[in-house]
Design a protein around this ligand. Structure first.
Ligand code: G3P
Length: 509
């Protein structure tokens, strides 16, 4: 019987496939690193063929490691780094330019012009829930259409396809038969009306994007097509789930009820708070996004996106050589002199929510002659917690202004569910709980992104119940971190952080 679920998680720095049992427990994992290309300062690209070959390799390897044939797979779930933009030839499947990665800032000038244009900004906010920033796909797509000779005319003829990574992988997996995406990925393009659930003609006009190149938008659990039998052992395996990685993690964390919030610590950190069936417009510079779409019905989330989290630890390792392996960072930070107030503002790719400053660049504050490796490592880990605190404060402020919103438990604070590589560090998670003054819950399965994609495929295959079913849960707690720091101390540190951020902004407030 086909009852296994195969998740493909194509992330910014790595590609993983995880084979899950029908109980949603992982059975086998395969992973490949993804090479990064930096052709100019603040530009980031991926080679589409690297994305594809790694994806296919990990799918095959996970099946092999799990001792499972493709016939035992009830469905594949695709989840992916969002916003990263690809354009490929419909006939050959070959990309016409490298993928422009979400972190890439090359369109900062175009976005600044959009921000100055009140009408355009208002249109973008109202339709997409986003704000003009190079982070999203639209300006990256416009850049490719303008920059590659003949691209716009070919796109108008319908010869080119646009897609985020999910869409590109689906196209390749189905042997070029299906050009589709799901509503969560579409919601990150800055071309999609998140209220109507449709591509928006006014935005297509604003960014001069031909409609003929857009993928069809489907539910997150749907029949996306079957894989080309030549790819996986002669078997056509159905692709049945699709969601952007942060939305998949929200499902993996079982944040099914309005008011529940999760934060995922990968390259960046992304916090999503379920706001139910109505989109909530943020007054605090957060994003409004689609958490999932099932049976044509959308659940929305408020999202805070910060661009550098795990990447700060990578910088300690690769940029500064302070540690040999990422997992050493916590132990080194724990040895830091507690009297030194050193702050790292890791604006390596500008600052995301709630600051949105594409031109800001990283800075270290509070250095003295006594500052050493340990203090810098601590500042890097703490910067992740400080940024999370900024996001959650903005979320609470939005919710406070929202009638009928789910309040945090009095005196306890809103529980934050965490996942991703960095949450293995107890030191970082304790500091996070201390700063937030709220419990931080770490689940037993930390592969929540892949888990969410497998869950969607399982839902479509009829193996799992929908997220509205109160009884449905695949979530187990490993550990709860409770705040232990005095509130005045946490506030004093937060004030120091906000002062450091203010001094880092490209245009001081
Ligand atoms: O929006 C970008 C996000 O989807 C990337 O996630 O896990 O690849 O850093 P990750």
């Amino acid at each position: 019987m086909a009852d296994l679920l195969l998740a493909l998680d194509q992330g910014t720095t790595s590609t993983r496939a995880i084979l899950f049992g029908p109980d949603l427990l992982p059975r086998a994992v395969a992973q490949r690193e993804l090479p990064q290309h930096y052709p100019a300062p603040a530009w980031v690209e991926h080679e589409p063929e690297d994305i594809w070959s790694a994806s296919l390799a990990v799918l095959r390897e996970a099946l092999e490691r799990g001792g499972a044939g493709p016939r035992s797979v009830a469905g594949i779930g695709i989840t992916n780094q969002r916003e990263t933009t690809l354009v490929w030839d419909r006939a050959t499947g070959r990309a016409i330019h490298r993928a422009i990665v979400w972190q890439d800032r090359r369109t900062a000038g175009a976005c600044a012009r959009l921000r100055d244009d009140g009408q355009a900004s208002a249109l973008i906010a109202e339709r997409t829930g986003l704000l003009p920033d190079p982070y999203f796909s639209a300006t990256k797509l416009a850049w490719i259409l303008d920059g590659v000779a003949g691209a716009r005319a070919a796109a108008e003829r319908g010869d080119l396809c646009f897609g985020t990574v999910d869409s590109f992988l689906l196209f390749r997996l189905t042997g070029g038969r299906v050009h589709a995406t799901d509503a969560t990925n579409a919601a990150r393009t800055m071309l999609f009306d998140i209220r109507r659930g449709a591509w928006d003609e006014d935005l297509l006009r604003l960014f001069r994007v031909p409609a003929a190149m857009l993928p069809e938008v489907r539910d997150c659990a749907a029949e996306f097509g079957a894989t080309d039998p030549a790819l996986l052992g002669g078997v056509a395996v159905p692709v049945r789930g699709m969601a952007g990685d942060q939305q998949a993690a929200t499902l993996g964390q079982a944040c099914f009820a309005p008011g529940m919030v999760k934060a995922t610590y990968g390259t960046g950190c992304f916090a999503l708070l379920n706001t139910g069936t109505a989109p909530v417009a943020s007054r605090n510079r957060l994003l409004t996004t689609i958490a999932w779409q099932l049976g044509g019905r959308r659940t929305y989330a408020l999202e805070g996106a910060i661009f550098v989290a795990g990447a700060a630890v990578q910088w300690l390792r690769d940029g500064l050589g302070l540690i040999a392996e990422a997992r050493e960072a916590g132990a080194l930070a724990a040895r830091a002199d507690p009297r030194q107030a050193v702050y790292l503002v890791p604006a390596f790719a500008g600052l995301g929510a709630p600051w949105w400053d594409a031109e800001a660049r990283g800075a270290l504050f509070g250095l003295t002659r006594g500052t050493g490796r340990a203090e810098i490592a601590r500042a890097a880990l703490e910067s992740v917690a400080y940024q999370t605190a900024d996001l959650l404060a903005a979320m609470e402020a939005d919710l406070a202004a929202m009638p009928g919103a789910v309040p945090a438990a009095p005196g306890q604070g809103r529980v934050l569910r965490v996942d991703g590589g960095m949450v293995a560090s107890d030191w970082t998670m304790q500091f996070l709980a201390d700063l937030l003054g709220a419990p931080v819950d770490r689940p037993t399965v930390l592969e929540t992104t892949a888990l969410g994609a497998a869950y969607l495929a399982g839902l479509q295959a009829g193996l799992r119940a929908g997220p509205d079913a109160a009884a449905e849960t695949h979530w187990r707690r490993d550990r709860r971190f409770l705040p232990a720091m005095a509130r005045e101390e946490a506030e004093r540190r937060l004030a120091g952080w906000r002062d450091a951020v203010r001094r880092t902004l490209s245009t001081p407030p």
